[in-house]
Design a protein around this ligand. Structure first.
Ligand code: GDP
Ligand code: MN
Length: 388
């Protein structure tokens, strides 16, 4: 789960990570009032669940309360397009107004779980700011990493090592060590999967603080963090993913290709996506329907897939163990009757009750393309999508 910058900053503040003063503005008059409270000079920041807002025109300086009101009007309601939103962009519904900081240096600091070591890793770079992706791609050595043993926690020597890499000395180093410890505490306390500060800034008057905040959380741990779950903003999420979740289909991820996938088992779903790519196609979604021996769930899943206008073919790949192929077949038939447009369905069915499943599909008279194995199914789905 993702949250907005202003919410991430509230969590930061609870754990002693210094942030600029400010709050969300309800309207232009409120933006003006906040700017007045903060002494006039503010930054007006679009709150969307995507980065790159600065470059997209979603972060602007205002040098007076009146200007704050004007800039609020420009940002609120805008369709903000960044490298992370996709070409359609994201409508800005929430706007944060904060005091302007006299920035000296823009640094980068992040904490995440490193899958390879299975440990939290803190990363820092003195090349912070808006181009960190480019730094990571072109000069990865400019990003310094330390692994943190969760048993011993974030040790002072790790913080000093990172400060050395960031060239932070004296009082700035002291502040940075405190900030890093706070960030680690916030990360662990909330079962976060990512806590990113870009930029972490030093100011001309000697302060060190988090100018931006990005936090992602492990969905599987949300049940023990109702306070974090309450920060969820479904407006920022993909509507098909929200609908899938509401219908009890928990492993649905929307992608950009044109072949919809209905598969049972996460591993089989990954293999199916690989096979589609190998056959020259692109999957439109990841979906592990699991052992849903429930016709309605299969129908719901297929209807959600079919409402994605990019989808030109659907590949159903079921290897029935606990899952029953006849139930999947009934779902395919039921869904095809309800779909508002004709989408070719390629089905590779194997396992429990497969004969019954195949008989149901044949008797339905629906044009389901049969495939014998995964490679065959992927090739046929790619061909069907290209022909459509
Ligand atoms: P992002 O582009 O979505 O990552 O948004 P950020 O919150 O990181 O803001 C983008 C950029 O705006 C930062 O890298 C800063 O250069 C600039 N910025 C943000 N807040 C301030 C501020 O208080 N003062 C100044 N001078 N610049 C700021
Ligand atoms: Mn940023």
């Amino acid at each position: 789960m993702k949250i907005h910058e202003y919410q991430g900053k509230q969590i930061f503040a609870q754990h002693g990570v210094p942030i600029p003063k400010g709050r969300v503005a309800k309207d232009a008059a409120d933006a003006k009032a906040i700017a007045t409270e903060l002494g006039g000079k503010v930054v007006v920041k679009a709150q969307i669940h995507a980065g790159g807002r600065g470059k997209g025109g979603g972060v602007k300086l205002a040098n007076s309360p009146d200007e704050a009101a004007t800039v609020f009007g420009q940002i609120h309601g805008m369709q903000l397009i960044t490298h992370q939103t996709g070409p359609a962009g994201q409508k800005v519904k929430t706007v944060l107004v904060e005091e302007q900081m006299p920035i000296d240096r823009e640094l980068y600091l992040a904490l995440l779980i490193d899958g390879a070591s299975g440990m939290p890793v803190m990363m820092a770079s003195s090349a912070g700011g808006m181009d960190i992706e480019e730094v990571a791609a072109k000069t990865p050595e400019a990003i310094h990493r330390v692994s943190i043993d969760p048993v011993t926690g974030f040790q002072p020597h790790l913080a000093r090592e990172l400060c050395f890499a960031l060239d932070l000395k004296g009082d700035e180093q002291k502040q940075a060590i405190k900030l890093m410890s706070g960030l680690y505490e916030a990360f662990i306390a909330t079962d976060a999967s990512l806590a990113e500060v870009n930029p972490l800034v030093t100011t001309k008057d000697g302060r060190v603080l988090a100018l931006d905040a990005k936090m992602n959380f492990d969905d599987n741990a949300l049940f023990r963090h109702p306070d974090v779950e309450a920060l969820r903003d479904k407006d920022e999420e993909d509507p098909s993913e929200v609908e899938a979740e509401e219908k009890g289909i928990n492993n649905f991820i929307k992608l950009d290709g044109d072949i919809g996938c209905l598969v049972n088992g996460a591993g089989l779903a990954m293999a199916t996506m690989d096979s589609i790519k190998f056959a020259g196609g692109e999957p439109a979604n990841f979906l592990d329907i699991a052992t849903a021996n429930d016709v309605n769930k299969v129908i719901d899943a297929l209807l959600i897939i079919s409402r994605d206008e990019n989808v030109k073919a659907i590949l159903v790949n079921i290897f029935g163990g606990m899952a029953r192929v006849d139930i999947i077949a009934e779902g395919i038939i039921g869904a095809q009757k309800q779909m508002t447009r004709t989408i070719p369905v390629v089905a590779r069915l194997a396992g429990t009750n497969v004969e019954e499943g195949k008989r149901l599909i044949e008797e339905s008279g629906l044009p389901v393309i049969r495939a014998e194995d995964l490679g065959d199914a992927a090739t046929k789905a790619v061909a069907a999508a290209k022909a459509a």
